[in-house]
Ligand binder design. Structure first.
Ligand SMILES: *Cc1c(COP(=O)(O)O)cnc(C)c1O
Length: 427
């Protein structure tokens, strides 16, 4: 499908006049539309809830919008738990997805009444130790089936290579131990494919988990009350990628539910999701301006953003579509690499990309940066992290995170008086 920016050139130039590039821009309307489409797709399941993976876009303004749409928070660390609490998301609206988790994070999650998902069998003991022997009433377990996991339209996943989750034997043993220790409510979680294309992933994962839910009931007498399908539904980064059809995905999960759980007398199991990328990816863009052109063995378009603002291309070779604003319909007669200013050759947003004729001063809209974009930012080369702006439903724009200043960069250092005054003289 042809990719179009969610804002037009004139409106974006106005924003750029008020806020210097680079910055991340999010589209409130798209975020709400996605949350509503997801809720509609799973409305057949009365207990359905999305726990937004806050690591994807950990900005309180975004988390609050999603909370208004009924979403909770999936958190992995104490700091993410604090962020959820600051947004008014508490108790069972929080899922702590553990993974090599320190005791203090378990204690904070338990104090907040969050649901806790255990990533390994030994975490049963860690959790009990962290909570002075009193386990929470509800515990979820993360399953890793090992081997490879195949669904049509996707390269095979390799759960056997993944650090996450526990084996089936460990799952059975852990449920039994938890039930003996007085835990009364149980969940089952698994995450087997990231950025899954097409509509087959969730239904296949759901079927696998539903079958395990029935076996756990039959063999242990333990009734699992929620199945957490986690994240992983993909977005169409390339114009040739198929857009995930969330309604079809919800229907596919429903078929698995009707085939497996309902006949087993378990038609009251709740479905949870923890989507991050699908929820916010297409609702955000990195906005950057062309500041240099360079011709050597290739043509380089130098922009004022860099991998510190969006690391996915540098880290995974990920494709992000780029629109040159104002030249949306111009022919793509240029082949160029779009690069940032880090002293690292992998700081390239695009390689050998077909673009319209670009000039210094052009504004580029780098698509699908709304999840795992700003969130993965860093300060290499002394690069300061960019601002985040929210395009409201009424078309107004709000600064939801200011850009870092040099003083932020130096704030955590042990700086003596001489260095401080030397800095003061520079600013
Ligand atoms: C990262 C993560 C998610 C979100 O994944 P997406 O690919 O963004 O949907 C959900 N749950 C857990 C436990 C995660 O680690």
């Amino acid at each position: 499908m042809e990719k179009r920016p969610f804002i037009d050139c004139r409106a974006l130039e106005k924003i750029c006049a008020a806020y210097p590039t680079p910055f991340h821009l999010y589209d409130e309307r798209e975020i709400r539309a996605r949350a509503r489409a997801l809720a509609a797709a799973f409305s057949w399941n009365p207990g359905f809830k999305e726990y937004f993976a806050v690591k994807a876009t950990p900005n309180p303004s975004i988390v609050r919008i999603l909370a208004e749409e009924g979403c909770g928070c999936d958190c992995a660390t104490g700091t993410e738990l604090m962020l959820a609490a600051a947004c008014g998301v508490t108790g069972r609206s929080i899922m702590l997805s553990s993974n090599d988790t320190p005791d203090e994070d378990y204690r904070l999650a338990a104090r907040m009444g969050a649901l806790i998902n255990l990533d390994s069998a030994d975490m049963v003991d860690c959790l009990a130790r962290a909570l002075d022997g009193t386990l929470p009433a509800t515990v979820c377990l993360r399953f890793n089936p090992g081997g490879s996991f195949e669904v049509p339209d996707n390269p095979a996943g390799r759960p056997a290579e993944s650090k996450f989750g526990m084996t089936e034997a460990q799952i059975f043993e852990s449920y039994a131990r938890l039930a003996d220790a007085g835990v009364t409510e149980f969940g089952l979680h698994s995450f087997l494919l990231s950025n899954a294309q097409g509509n087959e992933y969730y239904p296949a994962l759901a079927r696998l988990l539903f079958e395990l839910v029935v076996r756990v009931r039959d063999e242990l007498g333990v009734r699992i009350s929620f199945v957490d399908l986690s994240g992983g539904v993909g977005v169409a980064y390339r114009e040739t990628d198929a857009e995930a059809d969330i309604a079809a995905i919800g229907e596919g999960v429903r078929r698995a539910y009707d085939d497996v759980l309902v006949p087993a007398g378990m038609g009251d199991v709740s479905i949870f999701t923890e989507l991050g990328r699908w929820m916010c990816g297409p609702a955000g863009a990195l906005i950057t301006r062309v500041i240099h052109m360079k011709e050597t063995y290739k043509t380089y378009v130098g922009v004022d953003a860099c991998a510190a603002d969006l690391i996915r291309p540098a880290m995974y070779g990920a494709y992000h579509h780029i629109t040159v604003m104002g030249k949306e319909d111009a022919p793509a007669t240029l082949t160029a690499n779009v690069v940032g200013g880090l002293c690292e050759n992998n700081d390239q947003f695009a390689r050998d990309r077909a673009l319209p004729e670009v000039e210094v001063g052009d504004v580029l809209f780098i698509h699908d940066a709304g999840a795992h974009g700003h969130a993965m930012g860093y300060n290499y080369n002394g690069r300061l992290r960019s601002a985040e702006l929210l395009l409201g439903e009424d078309g107004t724009v709000r600064l939801i995170r200011r850009a870092e200043k040099p003083s932020d960069y130096f704030a955590t250092l042990d700086i003596d008086q001489d260095f401080s005054s030397a800095l003061d003289q520079l600013f």
